[in-house]
Design a protein around this ligand. Sequence first.
Ligand code: AMP
Length: 124
Amino acid sequence: MPIDPTLPYDEANIFAKILRGEIPSKKVYEDDHALAFHDIAPQAPVHILVIPKGAYVSWDDFTAKASDAEIAGFARAVGHVAREAGLVDAGYRVLYNVGVNGGQEVPHLHAHIFGGKPLGRMIG
Ligand code: AMP
């Protein structure tokens, strides 16, 4: 079910639990601003999620409220993870689903990084 983007941050969401170490993830990277782990249901040969450590519901919430340091740190983490995954030469896609029309299901901001095969044009 897509989330209701008007609701406040839910500390019980699954990515908040991953950040707190309450449930496991296949971690690929972590720094002061971000955590990256493999998507549990990959939709490409490489499908990694990058999440900020702060409590932000969505890309909209993050870009409206996060500090410049949080935004810069998160953006650098997304780029770093893609480079470390070896995706740059062949290319890759970064996707943020936002709210109902975006089909966002987990109410903690996450960047999807897809790669490892030609991904087609845009949203099909
Ligand atoms: P979205 O529709 O943009 O909110 O995407 C949520 C993503 O989170 C989906 O691709 C799910 O497969 C993924 N996901 C859900 N639970 C987990 C989990 N415990 N560990 C890793 N990925 C997850």
